[in-house]
Design a protein around this ligand. Structure first.
Ligand code: GLY
Length: 343
């Protein structure tokens, strides 16, 4: 009897925690993972009179400060040289303005730099060293983004002969040796990404969509990218339509997962356009990843989608994820978690 009662309590708890309802009220903040502090920080902006742009910036920023899962912000996932670099974007679905930053060095608040690019330039995307220079001009402080953790990750990777490794068709054999590398004379087809261990375990992103009470949609992302990436690599997170997309009257979407693959298919753009033509958020998310699966059956990733009424859904794929959990806040009382089984 005691065991039955414990089971009943557990079922009741889970049914409250992992809600089945996907219809919400406005305003709403949805984020790609159960980073509930970030979702709450975003929603609090609405409670304090802030805009949807404030919600996405402050929500994502919270994860940068907390270093959510080690995959966001400074201090983790170093590149081949041991350096941590950041990617981020923010998109305003009312004006279609975007600010993106790729391979940002030495500035920890990438989402705020992205907002600065959106609001203080006519450009869309700045990258690398010169993005840092822009940020410093705008008042951001430079700091070393590495940590004991990232230094240890780098050391272990070097000791493991630089495995896993994202180089192909070079010598010495990147599956066995560290660089420096030279290009091979002959190209061979190497497309298996499973041996690169690209899963939510070695990289990820926070992607966020906020819709205010008037249906103003804003989306954003921030990440430190992919562990042991080739220096200079920029992932999907700051690519408009890949990492995220927002358009008033339609909705917003954000992606998480294997960015090198996802950015070739613009899943966030696809999901938003589908919602604009009446597709439900769950189906829009699903249809946005179907073309990826067709070409890359071992791809790991997920998309969240929110329409302008605050209905939301998600879809995911990959053995590295299995079941995908995302978080939603549409009332001042609590953040809810939702789950979808990966296809
Ligand atoms: N989705 C994050 C990345 O691949 O950089």
């Amino acid at each position: 009897m005691a065991a039955f009662m414990r089971k009943l309590v557990l079922i009741l708890y889970l049914s409250v925690f992992f809600c089945a309802k996907t219809i919400s009220t406005l305003p709403i903040v949805v984020n790609t993972w159960p980073f509930t502090n970030a979702t709450e920080a975003g929603y609090n902006q609405f409670l304090n009179g802030g805009s949807a742009v404030d919600a996405v910036e402050k929500g994502c920023s919270r994860c940068e400060v907390l270093r959510c899962d080690g995959s966001v912000g400074e201090g983790s996932d170093p590149d081949e040289n041991g350096e941590v670099t950041l990617d981020a974007m923010i998109m305003d679905g009312e004006t279609m303005d975007v600010g993106s930053v790729g391979c940002l060095r030495n500035i920890s608040s990438a989402i705020s730099v992205a907002r600065m690019i959106m609001e203080r330039t006519d450009h869309t995307l700045l990258a690398g060293e010169l993005a840092t220079k822009f940020a410093v001009e705008m008042g951001f402080k430079e700091s070393d983004l590495s940590s004991n953790k990232s230094d240890m990750m780098y050391k272990q990777w070097k000791e493991n002969n630089c495995q896993p490794n994202f180089r192909v068709n070079v010598s010495p054999d990147p599956k066995k040796s560290c660089g420096p590398y030279n290009p091979n004379a002959v190209l061979s087809k190497i497309q298996n990404r499973e041996d690169k261990q690209v899963s939510y375990l070695n990289h990820d992103t926070i992607g966020m969509v906020a819709v205010d009470k008037n249906g103003h949609v804003v989306s954003g992302t921030t990440t430190n990218g992919l562990n042991h990436k080739v220096p200079g690599r920029v992932g999907d997170s700051p690519v408009v339509g890949a990492g995220s997309y927002a358009q008033n009257g339609m909705g917003g979407a954000a992606a998480t997962g294997d960015g090198d693959i996802m950015m070739r298919f613009l899943p966030s753009y696809t999901a938003v356009q589908l919602m604009g033509s009446g597709t439900s958020p769950s189906n829009a998310a699903l249809f946005s990843i179907k073309p990826i699966i067709k070409y890359f059956p071992d791809f790991n990733g997920a998309v969240i989608a929110v329409n302008n009424k605050g209905e939301h859904g998600a879809a995911c794929h990959g053995s590295g994820i299995g079941t995908f959990h995302y978080s939603v806040m549409d009332n001042p009382d609590k953040v809810n978690l939702f789950s979808v089984k990966c296809v």
